[in-house]
Design a protein around this ligand. Structure first.
Ligand code: NAD
Ligand code: ZN
Ligand code: ZN
Length: 346
């Protein structure tokens, strides 16, 4: 089969690999029909995730059809149409039993990281019963690919941790796919204001179409001054960090209102300063989280009932065999006006 293989920082190739086989009775083999590329794949290619070794097939998102199911799999069978979660969970360890699948003792984020991933014609999914979801009949595959990672990430790490409430003010720093997923799912709770902050005007225009009440371009505007103007000098009740660099985490600390929450989503490779000299008396909360994907069934319902239009996050389509070109488009997102790219293998 063909797969997108990582060969060390800056190096990747679409090349021949052995087709995966069942290793444990809880595994299934999935023929990939749709996959996509994540900002985290770009982090890997920059060398930011050193656990990923030469020869690893990348990718942790996708939809496909079960080609073969292990003997112990009871919830899925050959021919079933499935959504792959970016988090694999055994369902039995102490973390899984409290819904913290991201920290599963045998799973967690392993796909395209510690084991071969989904940017391939076939992939092996461990713990299939607790790591896959059935695709409802007639559902739109492209829309469901957004359930593998970005929608649960924006919702769980941003909206749920940030305790977005009716009538509150939300500021989201970063208007990439994850920030936009937080913007879309924050609207389940009817906040009064959602203010998006990003240096890319195209992404801010997208944010307006997706329901942002205000936008701030922080490369040309003073984000702190403008946010204070928009909030009667108070700041935002929920501030969501969706970039992953020290500057944006520090900006969040200047945007949060007394009593507010900073909900960090970004993957940080460097330490960021915590300004306790400003924050100690402000009654704020800071949260961090690796996505658990516990909200996937609920988010699937909102897509199926058309309360959530996840397809609007998709800007480009490629054949899976053209994935190297798709990476180029995704890597130059500002130039290409790209959000999520869909790779199809039909
Ligand atoms: N916690 C988790 O479980 C989890 C899961 C998936 C992704 N992530 C992380 O979430 C983050 C966002 O992911 P993404 O795919 O949307 O990334 P992305 O790179 O596509 O988007 C980041 C956005 O931030 C903007 N930006 C850059 N510098 C900025 C600044 N100084 N101020 C404001 N905005 C700025 C960019 O213009 C871009 O629109 C990444 O760090 C990713 O690794 C975390
Ligand atoms: Zn991802
Ligand atoms: Zn577990």
């Amino acid at each position: 089969m063909k797969a997108l293989v990582y060969h060390g920082p800056g190096k990747k190739a679409w090349e021949e690999k052995a087709k995966p086989v069942i290793r444990d009775p809880t595994d299934v083999i999935v023929k990939i029909t749709r996959t996509t590329i994540c900002g985290t794949d770009l982090h890997i290619l920059k060398g930011d995730v050193p656990e990923v070794t030469d020869g690893r097939i990348l990718g942790h998102e996708g939809v496909g059809i079960i080609e073969e199911a292990g003997n112990a799999v009871t919830g899925f069978k050959k021919g079933d149409h499935v959504i792959i979660s970016c988090i694999s969970s055994c369902g039995k360890c102490s973390y899984c039993r409290r819904g913290m699948y991201s920290h599963c003792e045998k799973g967690g984020w392993i796909l395209g990281h510690l084991i071969d991933g989904t940017q391939a014609e076939y992939t092996r999914i461990p713990f299939a019963d607790t790591s896959l979801y059935h695709v409802p009949a007639g559902a739109d595959e492209d829309a469901l690919v957004m359930l593998s990672d970005i929608l649960p990430t924006g919702f769980e790490c941003g909206v749920l941790n940030g305790k977005v409430q009716p009538g509150c003010t939300v500021a989201i720093v970063g208007s990439g796919p994850i920030g936009l997923a937080a913007l879309l799912t924050a609207q389940f709770y009817a906040p009064a204001e959602i203010i998006m902050i990003d240096p890319d005007n195209n992404r801010l225009n997208v944010a307006k179409k997706f329901g942002a009440t205000k936008t701030i371009n922080n490369s040309s505007e003073d984000a702190v001054k403008m946010l204070k103007e928009y909030t009667n000098g108070i700041g935002a009740d929920t501030v969501i960090e969706a970039v992953g660099i020290p500057a944006t985490f520090e900006l969040c600390q200047q945007l949060v209102a007394p009593g507010g929450i900073i909900a960090n989503i970004g993957v940080h490779g460097k330490s960021a300063e915590l300004h306790l000299e400003d924050l100690w008396a402000k009654n704020i909360t800071i949260t961090t989280r690796l996505v658990d994907t516990v909200s996937t069934p609920m988010l699937l319902n909102t897509i199926q009932s058309k309360k959530l239009n996840s397809k609007q996050l998709i800007t480009h389509h490629f054949k899976l065999a053209d994935i190297v070109q798709a990476y180029d488009t995704f890597e130059h997102a500002a130039r290409e006006n790209a959000l999520k790219v869909i790779l199809s293998n039909n």
